[in-house]
Design a protein around this ligand. Structure first.
Ligand code: AKG
Ligand code: FE2
Length: 331
């Protein structure tokens, strides 16, 4: 399905939600320390059913690690284009790791060209030819880059495991529900740079066009610039400004399918009109390539009959990449 068709589908889906004018904040400390998991699960349920997004507070990731990751992110994008192009994503085959230049990936390709450049990495599994696995491409002249960014990726994997336990509880499932599906999960650690835009801005070019994320869960760290926008029930774009010390979390298509639309993989985009360079660091966690996602029996009722066929994580995700990467579509 194209993004525009998805967006239309989302209009009717969103209409059934409660409205919001800011992304809800969830303090996850009682989930992480085990003192009141169900309190957090209840807050997660409201946030993911109505916004598909939440800020998480008290997530336990050290500020210093985040600062280092941002320092290395800026250093990477400051490299000459020629150096970055040596690591181009097309050189990694279906591992899909490396550098993506401005307009090299468009998330709403029928409407919007994305004014962003990216760098993607994932679990270091050389020789594995499964899509989304394999070797990373590392910049040669940034000595601290690899440890800072790969270390951050490891922290994100751990935090995502805790958050997915909270999400499982919020659906009245065993807290370990996701684990059998995530023995060797696809994950993408992305670095992003958005130059500022001036003048009249329309949908033809923006930081990142309207899209839903493809997998299970996204953990986004933003710098202090802002520009993330999330659609609410009324079709208005709600700002998701950076809040110091908090991540923005959202669910992707797979959790929407799993919950038979009880939880919403919501549309979002980035428009950077701040006059400053914006950097962000999203982490995407999915599931094993072959893990099946079909509506949970508990989310199927006579009023909400099953809307989705089972799909495997890897096929779904690769299909979405084919839509947005011109270099893959040409293969
Ligand atoms: O940079 C951001 O704030 C959001 C990025 C995003 O939505 C994505 O990479 O999927
Ligand atoms: Fe996204």
């Amino acid at each position: 399905m194209t993004q525009s068709a998805l967006a239309q589908l989302d209009d009717s889906l969103r209409a059934t939600r409660q409205s919001f004018d800011s992304i809800p904040v969830v303090d996850v400390a009682p989930l992480l320390d085990g003192s009141d998991k169900m309190k957090v699960a209840k807050e997660i349920r409201w946030a993911l059913a109505n916004a598909g997004f939440m800020y998480v507070q008290n997530h336990g990731v050290a500020a210093e690690k985040l600062d280092n990751a941002f320092t290395q992110t800026k250093a990477f994008f400051d490299l000459p284009l020629e150096e970055k192009m040596k690591l181009h994503v097309s050189k990694s085959g279906t591992a899909l790791r490396g550098y993506i230049e401005m307009f090299g990936e468009n998330t709403d390709p029928t409407k919007t060209k994305d004014l962003k450049e990216c760098f993607d990495l994932g679990p270091e599994t050389p020789g594995d030819t499964t899509p989304f696995f394999g070797a990373n491409q590392w910049p040669a002249d940034l000595p601290e880059f690899r440890a800072a960014i790969y270390g951050y990726h490891e922290d994100m994997k751990q935090l995502s495991g805790s958050l997915l336990r909270g999400i499982a509880l919020s659906l009245d499932l065993d807290e370990r529900f996701f684990e059998p599906k995530m023995q060797n999960p696809i994950s993408i650690q992305r670095l992003l740079h958005y130059p500022p835009q001036t003048g009249k801005i329309d949908e033809s070019v923006m930081g990142i066009g309207a899209h839903t994320d493809y997998g299970n869960l996204t953990i986004l760290a933003q710098d202090d610039v802002g520009g993330l926008q999330v659609m609410n029930r009324d079709g208005d774009w709600v700002q998701g400004p950076p809040i110091p010390g908090m991540f923005v979390i959202n669910i992707g298509d797979l959790v929407q399918r799993l919950t038979n639309d009880v939880y919403l993989a919501n549309l979002h985009r980035v428009v950077n009109t701040s006059g400053r360079e914006r950097y962000s660091i999203p982490f995407f966690i999915d599931a094993d390539y072959d893990a099946d996602f079909a509506p949970l029996p508990s989310c199927v009722t006579p009023e909400n009959p099953a809307k989705y066929e089972a799909v495997t994580c890897g096929k779904h995700k690769f299909g979405r990449f084919l839509e947005s990467f011109p270099h893959l579509a040409a293969r």
